[in-house]
Design a protein. Structure first.
Length: 540
């Protein structure tokens, strides 16, 4: 989803209580400045009277705002549901098991109806990220492989030892690509979030059991993936988020160093980060970890299967893997630039002592001794098999060629964008992400204009920006030029009057971005998530 899509009210106007909240905050600030003057020279009984009246007024205001919030949230929830109803109005929801078996043709027909509900033609390269390759031969291969392995489960290695062998081979191939030695190890996971969760769990337990750390903290850049915040919520970690340099969009190393203390169980750097596609100074973070004996994790979920091929593709990047002595783990998503189907990633460690703290082991369960390498117990053997098959299908030659095409396309688009007036590029893109901002107009206007032309880009906040994540789909002939031409045309219209404010959904995103009370934005997000599981009554 586009994040801004969750901020919607009737007629695309900002929810009333957003204005009310901002107005009240401004009012309270000015009120505080006048309190001393108001009470100056007053008798005690006068102060008591005024205070009592003020408290009663504050209670009334609180109730009023709360009531308006509830009402507005109900309206927003209703709008989300109406969007679902509009999008699926021509379809019937299946809410109970059919009395009889449905024939294959009918099931496939229903499947096709569901798959064409989207608004974007992602196959022609109009979408940022999301789908990293589309190749019919590869689709045929993974389809056959999954069909043969769809009911396998590596939780039972005695039944499916071949699946365990394939997973071990995926891990070893990946460890070698990231310059791990014979001690390097790891596991496959269901995706980058689980890889990150596993790393945080391993270092929390390592810090607790080996170093005696009872209040574990992790030090991360503000641009690190939100999966680290999810891990902190799950695992009881404190996150110290360090700001980035506004020019390089890399984490400030001096501030990073100051955040390290006796409770630090993990240092994190991105190679690259999601918002701007810039790479933190992993070498400097590595040295801090080595100096203070704190593990260092490199989050390469997004671009790891580019960086490990970029040197051979003619576009070398600074070392960001196990060649750096302080790096103790790396997460990298095979289902991004490894081009495997969704549902696979790897978490790699320099040595087994860290991996062992990732495992969950129960020795006293009546059901037997239980050991689990990752979050899941049962796992889809088919996901392991299609990842394995994809790696073998591409081979190093295929990945180097794909990487060369992707980086060339990215650099071509970046060069074209830098020539355009009215926009700027955040930092220096390290791999495949190009983030745009503007000092002349509200950048969300460009996002809206490109959306009208069929493009789906990612929206950034703090500060406002948008980005395109270039994939192998964008390397198709004519896609890069079509994107640059559409940006150029959109800018031509925008720059005729840069002062025009952004309208519609993007205006709502801008308003929400300015709210100090982030819980309000959280409420919107929860309602949007609710709508993903909404089944209209009329379709039952």
């Amino acid at each position: 989803m586009d994040t801004y899509d969750i901020f919607k009210s009737e007629n695309n106007t900002p929810p009333k209580y957003l204005h009310l909240t901002v107005g009240l905050q401004s009012y309270v600030t000015s009120l505080k400045g006048g309190l001393n003057y108001t009470f100056y020279g007053k008798e005690p009984w006068q102060i008591v009277t005024v205070t009592t009246s003020t408290v009663l007024l504050a209670v009334w205001l609180h109730d009023f705002v709360h009531q308006n919030e509830e009402k507005e949230l109900e309206t927003i929830s209703k709008n989300f549901k109406e969007e679902v109803e509009e999008r699926t109005k021509h379809l019937i929801y299946v809410t109970t098991l059919p009395e009889n078996r449905l024939p294959k043709d009918e099931i496939l027909h229903k499947l096709s109806q569901n798959l064409v509900l989207g608004d974007y033609d992602w196959k022609n390269g109009s979408v940022s990220g999301a789908v990293y390759v589309y190749n019919q031969d590869l689709i045929n291969l993974v389809g056959e492989v999954y069909a043969k392995t769809s009911y396998t489960n590596p939780l039972h290695p005695d039944l499916f030892p071949g699946l365990c062998k394939m997973e071990a081979e995926v891990v070893r191939i990946s460890a070698t690509l990231f310059h791990g030695d014979e001690n390097a190890c790891g596991t496959m996971t269901s995706g980058g979030t689980e890889s990150i969760l596993m790393a945080c769990k391993a270092y929390r337990d390592y810090g607790r059991e080996v170093k005696g750390i009872k209040r574990p903290e992790i030090v991360v850049p503000t641009t690190v993936h939100s999966a680290f915040d999810k891990a902190a919520q799950f695992l009881g970690l404190r996150v110290r988020s360090i700001k980035i340099d506004p020019h390089t969009c890399q984490v400030n190393i001096r501030s990073f160093k100051r955040a390290i203390n006796s409770n630090t169980v993990l240092l994190v750097g991105s190679a690259p980060n999601f918002p701007y596609g810039t790479m933190d100074d992993i070498a400097a973070i590595s040295e801090l970890g080595f100096k203070y004996d704190v593990p260092v994790h490199v989050d390469s979920c997004l671009g790891g299967f580019l960086t490990c091929f970029m040197e051979e593709a003619g576009h070398p990047v600074p070392p960001c893997d196990f060649r750096l002595r302080g790096v103790t783990s790396i997460s990298a998503d095979t289902h991004k630039y490894g081009f495997t189907p969704k549902g696979s990633s790897v978490i790699l460690y320099r040595e087994p002592k860290y991996l062992h703290h990732q495992y969950t082991v129960t020795t006293d369960w009546p059901g037997g001794v239980y050991g689990s390498p990752t979050v899941s117990g049962s796992r889809a053997g088919g996901n392991i098999a299609v990842c394995w098959a994809t790696l073998l299908s591409f081979g190093k030659e295929g990945y180097v060629a794909a990487t060369r095409d992707i980086i060339h396309t990215t650099r071509y688009i970046e060069k074209g964008l830098r020539r355009m007036k009215g926009i700027f590029i955040f930092g220096q893109p390290a791999t495949s992400v190009i983030a745009l901002g503007s000092n002349d107009f509200q950048i969300y206007r460009l996002s809206s204009a490109l959306k009208e032309k069929g493009w789906n880009l990612n929206v950034l906040q703090f500060p406002s920006g948008i980005h395109i994540c270039v994939t192998h789909v964008h390397t198709q002939s004519g896609v890069a030029d079509r994107f640059l031409n559409d940006v150029r045309d959109a800018l031509g219209e925008i720059m005729k009057d840069p002062s025009i404010p952004v309208e519609g959904k993007m205006a709502l995103y801008g308003v929400a971005q300015e709210l100090p009370d982030r819980s309000i934005v959280g409420d919107f997000t929860r309602l949007f998530l609710d709508s993903m599981y909404y089944v209209p009554d009329s379709k039952k």
